[in-house]
Write a protein that binds this ligand. Structure first.
Ligand code: NAP
Length: 460
């Protein structure tokens, strides 16, 4: 297979046909990134910062074009795609500033004749593999800190959504970032993952995607002891305690769950609501879910676009059937949910959910939300932590004791307290347990691209 057909998941039409990059050309890209590293690492931090700022300005100028691409190849509603472009750009802005703040330090030595200096150096050539659900943001979260640190980077976007990456990298060249410093390859994950892992010229592998693929890459990368960053799957719990503002909690549940038709790693996957307020919360949630408009994301006012492909649709249907079998009550029938056809599913609430259901243990990546009740807050914590994932968790309470108890007890890297949208370029995003390690965003997000070196000077 030498050609890749990029499909529109809303229409199943071909958006564009691309040539696959063969293995030899992937190796050539790595070599040219390696060559470029020797020059880029010597460019001073202020100039690297200026080039990232110029890139950010061009992304902003091309915002509409980039958003339309995201919608065409990924199915995301256009208004959300515009939001994603801003979000993607915020990482470029943030790391343009952080480039100038890669401070070292001096350490008092144990002898007056010695001096110890600690400095940060770029790790080298980076390989990046990214998923389709945020084709702009997942890539700028890696390119921006890598370039800011003085690394060069070869990117492999998901085969479903390569066009956004290609356009972003073209804009980087237009902004004056050297062609060797940032490159893309069009390849399946299997092929690129193997070439990247085997290459002695690549010092770092940064991956965003599913936990299963992440595990395979960790194993492969071990053969050359690469520095590895893993941003993996999630199964976010959302707890609504009895003292919460119910209307606000419903609005925030909508915001966190139904973005990108439920296809985000930090989407609330399962709701635990206190029994005293469960009826009111669920009724209000169903009302809002019923009002969501489903359709081709390029049309105005669409809230829920298509899922990425048939496999994604089948997984959601399997979870719905399983939930019904185990006593779940769907807010609309399965026939109604699937009535549009293609990759579209109407959103729904699964009331009366219980811990035996697949939907409470498997990442859903679709527009359905199960609601289960609890009576004691300790039980909510037990259910929430009963998973191998540890990416994001949400809770709603206006009591500060309950809030801090939940914050301290939940084993998750990103916590939203009365907040359904916690991600930001200035905050460290990432998971615990099998959701991965390292962080993207914040001052932490550049650390994975840096080596610490110290110099001990004697006899001074
Ligand atoms: P995926 O199947 O793991 O794919 C992600 C990337 O990995 C794609 O580029 C894919 O390439 C590549 N890949 C697939 N098999 C590979 C292999 N054997 N070796 C190397 N690379 C391989 O995940 P997805 O379904 O696209 O994305 C959804 C997942 O990403 C969810 O689990 C979600 O939670 C997670 N995610 C996590 C974060 C985070 O920040 N923690 C953010 C977004 C998404 P192809 O092009 O060949 O498919």
């Amino acid at each position: 297979m030498t050609k890749l057909e990029v499909m529109n998941p809303a229409t199943n039409d071909v958006v564009q046909t691309l040539d696959y990059t063969d293995e030899k050309s992937i190796k050539n890209s790595i070599e040219s990134a390696h060559k470029a590293f020797n020059t880029w690492k010597c460019v001073d931090a202020h100039e690297r910062s200026a080039k990232l700022k110029a890139w950010s300005a061009l992304i902003n100028e091309h915002k509409d074009e980039l958003a339309a691409l995201i919608t065409k190849e990924g199915g995301k509603p256009y208004k959300e795609s515009l939001g994603e472009v801003d979000y993607a750009r915020s990482y470029v802005d943030w790391y343009a500033e952080e480039a100038k703040r890669l401070y070292g330090r001096t350490i008092p030595a144990n002898s007056s004749s010695k001096n110890i200096i600690v400095e940060k150096f770029p790790v080298g050539v980076v390989a990046a593999i990214t998923p389709w659900n945020f084709p702009a943001a997942m890539i700028t979260r890696k390119i921006a800190p890598a370039l800011a640190a003085g690394c060069t980077i070869v990117c492999k976007p998901a085969v479903q959504t390569p066009l956004t990456t290609i356009r972003l990298i073209e804009l980087a060249y237009e902004a004056g970032i050297p062609e060797g410093a940032v490159q893309y390859v069009i390849a399946s994950g299997k092929v690129a993952g193997k070439v990247f892992s085997d290459s002695p010229l690549i010092q770092k592998l940064t991956f965003t995607g599913s936990t299963n693929v992440g595990k395979q890459l960790i194993e492969q990368a071990a053969s050359t002891v690469k520095n590895v960053t893993m941003e993996l799957g999630g199964l976010a719990p959302l707890i609504v305690h009895k003292d919460a503002d119910i209307d606000y909690a419903v609005d925030q549940t909508m915001a966190t769950k139904f973005r990108n038709a439920g296809q985000t790693c930090i989407c609330a996957n399962r709701v635990y609501v206190h029994e005293a307020i469960a009826e009111e919360y669920t009724e209000k949630l169903i009302q809002k879910v019923d009002n969501l408009k489903v359709g081709n994301g390029i049309e105005k006012d669409v809230d829920i676009g298509p899922l990425i492909n048939k496999k994604g649709v089948e997984k959601v249907i399997d979870q719905l059937e399983d939930a019904e079998l185990k006593g779940g009550k769907l807010s609309r029938s399965l026939d109604d949910i699937t009535s549009i056809g293609g990759n579209f599913l109407k959103p729904a609430v699964i009331d009366n959910a219980n811990a035996e259901m697949k939907v409470m243990h498997e990442e859903t990546f679709g527009p359905i939300i199960p609601v289960m009740t609890y009576s004691k807050i300790e039980d909510a914590v037990k259910y929430a932590n009963d998973t191998e994932f540890g990416l994001a968790a949400y809770f709603f309470t206006n009591d500060y004791r309950t809030g801090f108890y939940l914050y301290n007890s939940l084993d998750y890297g990103v916590i939203g307290w009365n907040d359904g949208a916690p991600s930001a370029a200035h905050a460290p995003f990432g998971g615990m347990k099998e959701s991965g390690y390292d962080r993207e965003g914040g001052i932490e997000g550049i650390e994975p691209y840096l080596e610490t070196k110290y110099l001990s000077i004697g006899n001074m």
